[in-house]
Write a protein that binds this ligand. Structure first.
Ligand code: G6P
Length: 493
């Protein structure tokens, strides 16, 4: 890695899932696949100016093979230096499938059915001690070895992404001390202190204390940042906020808690909308929908997305307002996710059953009221977003929800956004959407009716403002704001 400019910062991104994955070709070479996440785009632009190193898990056999052949060294892949960490498979399973998803994910989205689950068993403790901790330590060691290769005076900023890696700041400080800036960003909601009571203190305390080894922690919304400060104050002896709502004083370190709302790559999403494949899939959808109004949702198959209550609301709409029968089409484009976790498998089965019940009750010869499409096709999703009349985004809890932002950006029919007050996007888009309470099926049905009968001038006005809001806040800004704040801390320290 070049290191011409001693003062040019090295930026290290750390995440469980990396920006690229590898496939082996017949001749033994590799095909590199780029992930669709916005962070890669933000960093590709940045990588023209600064050195960017991304540290992630080797997740497939080809990833591991690539990492081994590179001798565990970093390699420049499309301007970004990549280092894949090879983990012990059994440890990784415990870290990913027992602690990260579901335990932490379910706590932070408040999905547990508290009288029954979760139960912390010896299996959970084993996964914490022999999965989550060692995998986080492995990440810290991989980062530390890259830090050791740099000139001692070079500024290094480490952006640790998300709930898989809460223990990384702790292990990293143990190895490299205050040589580096650590600034995690948490993509998912951070609930208030009560939700964290589920974790035994012996797990909760190390997590909070580790995050407070950072210089600053980033969140999607002010509410998440505020909840984090409260959680630390409540559970961590010696953590104070001295009158400030957005920083914590802990063991001599002042740690900021700031909101950086994530966004989409505006240009890329728009370009994708123009691609031939998107247009083809869109025209197929138009043929299927005919002259009916489209109520669309696009989600990972994920309990926090509240797909079941969305279907129940649609059913209520058809019952309460029979004039929409035969004139409206609900379509759910659902991307399979974490199918190794039981809760996710069960959820998919319940979705299919509930959609089947609606179709059984209301279908007519030429009308199937709900169409569920399971698969991962981003072109199809963008094509469908261009033509919705109503976009339903009703999660129980969601860090941001980028579907809401992509949807309003590409929609061509002045569609109405139905948005849950519990999606992070609510704070930016809420004034121009119809707001629904995630749990209120009746209210969501009323909102659907309101959207379907809204005057066209009002729809147009709402849609225009929503599009402008998203156009102004591209994903690059999300990342640059964090970088600027990090470098500011460095200059001042
Ligand atoms: C969603 C969440 C991210 C999270 C990711 C992990 O996209 O919004 O916060 O990091 O899931 O997904 P994975 O498929 O790697 O488990």
């Amino acid at each position: 890695m070049s290191n011409d400019e001693k003062n040019d910062p090295l930026i290290i991104i750390v995440s469980n899932r990396g920006p690229f994955s590898f496939e082996t070709k017949e001749d033994g070479s590799y095909r590199v696949r780029r992930g669709s996440g916005g962070l890669v785009t933000a960093l590709s632009a940045l990588a023209q100016k600064h050195d960017v190193l991304w540290v992630a898990s080797a997740m497939s056999d080809a990833d591991r093979q690539w990492a081994e052949e590179q001798g565990h060294k970093i390699e420049e892949v499309e301007e970004i230096y990549l280092k894949l960490v090879i983990h012990d498979e059994a440890q990784y399973q415990k870290y990913y499938n027992t602690i990260s998803n579901p335990l932490l994910w379910f706590i932070q989205h408040q999905l547990w059915d508290i009288p029954r689950s979760p139960t912390i068993t010896s299996q959970t403790w084993d996964a914490w001690e022999n999965g989550y901790r060692p995998i986080n330590k492995g990440f810290a060691q991989a980062i530390a070895s890259s830090v050791a290769e740099q000139d001692p005076g070079r500024p290094i900023v480490i952006f640790v992404q998300d709930y898989h890696l809460y223990m990384v700041p702790h292990y990293l400080r143990e190895i490299v001390g205050d040589r580096v800036q650590i600034q995690p960003f948490i993509h998912i909601p951070w609930p208030g202190p009560d939700a964290w009571r589920i974790l035994p203190a012996e797990i909760r305390t190390p997590i909070l204390a580790s995050l407070l080894q950072s210089n600053r922690v980033g969140f999607q919304t002010e509410k998440d940042a505020f909840n984090f400060v409260q959680t630390c104050r409540f559970y961590l002896p010696g953590a104070h906020s001295r009158g400030s709502r957005n920083s914590i004083d802990y063991q001599g370190r002042l740690v900021g808690a700031n909101a950086y709302p994530i966004s989409v790559d505006v240009e890329k999403v728009k370009e994708l909308g123009q691609e031939a494949q998107t247009q083809l899939l869109k025209s197929q959808l138009i043929n299927f929908i005919s002259d009916r109004r489209l109520i669309l949702r696009v989600d990972r198959i994920e309990p926090s997305k509240n797909i079941l209550r969305g279907l129940a609301a649609y059913r209520t709409l058809l019952e309460e307002y029979p004039e929409h029968q035969g004139k409206v089409q609900m379509m759910a484009l659902l991307v399979p996710s974490r199918m190794e976790v039981d809760e996710y498998q069960d959820y998919l089965q319940q979705i299919m059953a509930q959609a089947g019940m609606i179709n059984a009750k209301f279908s007519e010869a030429l009308w199937e009221p709900v169409r569920i499409v399971v698969g991962d096709n981003y072109h199809r999703a963008i094509g469908a977003m261009q033509i919705y009349d109503v976009l339903l985004v009703n999660p129980i809890a969601d860090g941001m929800n980028l579907v809401a932002k992509e949807g309003v950006l590409v929609n061509q029919r002045n569609g109405v956004l139905l948005l849950s007050e519990h999606a992070g996007a609510f704070y930016e888009l809420g004034d121009h959407a119809l707001i629904v309470s995630s749990f209120d099926v009746y209210g969501t049905a009323q909102a659907m009716h309101h959207a379907l009968t809204m005057r066209s001038a009002e729809r147009e006005q709402r849609a225009e403002v929503l599009r402008e809001i998203v156009e102004k806040a591209d994903v690059r800004r999300w990342f640059y704001d964090q970088l600027e704040d990090a470098l500011e801390v460095k200059r001042n320290s």
